[in-house]
Design a protein around this ligand. Structure first.
Ligand code: SF4
Length: 513
């Protein structure tokens, strides 16, 4: 006791505070402090962010938002909002304030919160199988160290492929996606074929809903491959970086022009499988930054109704060619905004085209539903929603983490495919990553106004900043997402109903009448 008094005295001297001040500081405030007066209200958890000189957005725990004049958050916190203001009713109805210490509709809030996080209910859905590192292209932004077409020793073994598929069926998820990646996975078509057939055979027992996807450069299709995809309902995801001069510069292929081959591959796949079974992804290189409208026009000319203006990822092999691949996030944001403006204008002119990343964020902002986009989730998509079985039998937490492994960094290696399921998915490493995969508990994110719409990415922060948690003020993940979300709110605020109609058509993927 004497010792405690002594400590308090020293503390009060050092902090220039008297004993009572310390006592105040150390004690929780009573519920009365937070507003029990009948004329005022209780605060429910919410955060806010200034989106322009005159406006801020208030966002509650379940992602509902109110756009309001700057200073509104302060007025609410000071209990200055009065009952005769329209804002008061909005705040009550949208769970920002309550007239009772425990809101009457707290069960509704809890249900809404559970719904938003229900992407966690079924655990891992996306299972990526890297069936080969072989490739017939030499893209300078390739994130893995692809090898030449003849190196069959870089294909997955049947033994490891089978073990991976058996793990996939151990996932509690009733819906699973089996995605084949490379290198170029169709150079190891025998493994893709075996994988699909073995999964279908096991599924006679497990009865899950399975989606098959092959991520291919679309230059090695044969009649047999496309017949197999048709018979087994395999979807095709390919890469298209924009017009010929851009695509061929980004994705060189010895002795041939990749662009013409990809377009032929897309045409062949669409004819055989149907339009909706073929999608494309672009990667933004330093060269792409000057051509947002040309890239979008190219997607439209080639019959796509959506485009993902996707930045380059700072992983693996891509870093070795920094001149072509590295650019400041601000440059990317200028590119994204120009592209988004152009896409919105096209929609206003009657051309339906969707920007995919914006749509992911819009679903979080404008709907009560969960969004299962693995790169923007909290808890993060790693392990919870995605796992990677690599060609050499090792298991990685995400696609990006196997790319780090190509540079000899095995931090995110969860184990080997021949290990027990529980050791891979619930082992020591998974528990370590779990400490950093929720933005609700990360410094900077915990009180960010955009927390409900953003995510956590320990792999990105480890790769770019050297630790799993990361440092928000100069995190490219944070800078990019904060500005994109702010920009979307500013657009909604300034363009109103006419823009919301377009945004809802993107969410539902249906053209406006
Ligand atoms: S990463 Fe940045 S924008 Fe996203 S929640 Fe964290 S602080 Fe907010």
């Amino acid at each position: 006791m004497i010792q405690l008094d002594l400590v308090l005295q020293i503390l009060s001297r050092n902090m220039f505070m008297d004993g009572n001040a310390i006592k105040d500081f150390r004690t929780f405030k009573s519920p009365m402090y937070y507003g029990s007066d009948k004329d005022t209200y209780y605060l429910l958890p919410f955060r806010f962010h200034q989106i322009s000189d005159s406006k801020e957005v208030l966002v509650n725990e379940i992602g509902d938002f109110i756009l309001a004049p700057t200073g509104t958050a302060t007025r609410i916190a000071r209990r200055q909002v009065t009952k005769n203001e329209e804002l008061y009713a909005d705040l009550i109805a949208n769970f920002f304030i309550s007239e009772n210490a425990i809101p009457d509709l707290i069960d509704v809030m809890a249900t809404r919160y559970r719904t938003k996080k229900s992407f966690l209910d079924d655990f891992t859905a996306l299972h990526i199988f890297v069936v080969s590192l072989r490739c017939n292209h030499s893209c300078h932004y390739c994130q893995v160290s692809r090898v030449s077409e003849s190196r069959q020793d870089f294909d997955i073994s049947i033994e490891n492929l089978k073990a991976g598929i058996e793990h996939m069926f151990r996932s509690p998820s009733p819906s699973i996606t089996m995605e084949f990646q490379g290198g170029e996975p169709l150079l190891a078509f025998d493994k893709v074929k075996y994988g699909v057939e073995y999964a279908k055979q096991l599924n006679e027992t497990y009865n899950k809903e399975i989606t098959f996807v092959v991520c291919t450069n679309a230059t090695v299709f044969t009649e047999d491959i496309l017949d197999f995809c048709l018979l087994n309902d395999v979807m095709v995801s390919t890469s298209l970086d924009g017009p010929s001069f851009l695509h061929n510069a980004n994705r060189p292929k010895t002795g041939a022009k990749s662009y013409e081959m990809v377009l032929q591959g897309i045409t062949d796949a669409r004819e055989k499988l149907g339009y909706e079974k073929v999608s494309a992804l672009m990667t933004t290189t330093a060269l792409s930054l000057d051509y947002p409208t040309e890239i979008i026009d190219n997607y439209i000319e080639n019959g796509f109704r959506n485009i993902f203006l996707r930045p380059i990822s700072p992983y693996g092999f891509a870093l070795k060619n920094a001149k072509k691949n590295h650019y400041h996030t601000q440059k990317y944001l200028e590119f994204y905004k120009k592209g988004l403006d152009y896409i919105i204008q096209l929609n206003r002119n009657g051309q339906f085209i969707v920007e995919d990343y914006t749509t992911v964020i819009l679903k979080k902002i404008l709907t009560p539903f969960p969004v299962s986009y693995v790169d923007l989730q909290s808890p993060a998509g790693m392990i919870n929603n995605v796992i990677v079985f690599n060609y050499d039998g090792y298991v990685y937490a995400t696609d990006e983490s196997r790319m780090l492994a190509e540079n000899q960094d095995f931090t995110f290696r969860m184990g080997h495919v021949q290990d027990q399921y529980r050791d891979i998915f619930y082992g020591k490493k998974a528990k370590t990553f779990a400490q950093y995969w929720s933005n609700e508990s990360l410094a900077g994110c915990a009180d960010c106004g955009f927390q409900a719409y953003c995510g956590a990415d320990p792999v990105f922060h480890y790769a770019s900043q050297g630790d799993f948690e990361g440092f928000r003020p100069d995190s490219d993940f944070c800078i990019k997402n904060m500005e994109i979300i702010r920009h979307i709110f500013e657009l909604i605020d300034t363009q109103g109903e006419s823009l919301l109609k377009i945004f809802y058509s993107w969410i539902t993927n249906t053209e406006q009448n």
